[in-house]
Design a protein around this ligand. Sequence first.
Ligand SMILES: [Cu+2]
Length: 226
Amino acid sequence: MSVLAKKLLGIGVGVVIVGVLIGFYVASWATSFPQSVAAVSTRKVAGFSGTQLTLQTVAAIGPKYSPNNPDWVSYLVLDHGKWVHSTVFTVPANSLVHVTVYQYDGDTGLRNPFLAQVQGTIGGTVTVDGKAITSINPEEASHTFAVPQLGLFIPLPGVPEEAKNQCEFAPCLTSEAHRTITFTFRTGAKGRYRWQCFVPCAAGWIDGNGGPMQTLGYMDGFLDVV
Ligand SMILES: [Cu+2]
């Protein structure tokens, strides 16, 4: 074999190896999708039968759930009594879904004050720590739970900075400083609906919109209406 042929063979083998590695990387990226967690059926919620979805938002997901990004802000969902790191929720079509959010993160503030108004819930209100409200101060927003296709916009007020006993990492406990937000909405037709947070809450990223704001499983996800 000539020197040139050996060189060409070497280059060829190198290209194939790099190609296979890229293939593995893309395959692992494309198949890493959070598990879907189903809302729990309830006998009676505020006078209606329906399902219950219980969520928490945390300032830092922590090493237990996300060894690579422990500092990222995130949502979690309760599944059979355990907090799961997922933002894909399954709910029944044409039904009432009652949601409870335990909010453990502080304020970031909304850039668009319009999103501080409650929209799309039954009764047009949410309860915050037991009190029914129709909007919050935009500066107090920590996160939003918004499903634009359903016209659902829920602003979540933050935990005051001076509050004692703040939660460090998920899963946070109700014995730690938090706000409790509850609301009920009605689902429509079957389908996959995108939801997201609109508060630029990704600390340390340009304009607060990188990292966890752009990665499925943290500040956005899907509502699978089935
Ligand atoms: Cu957020």
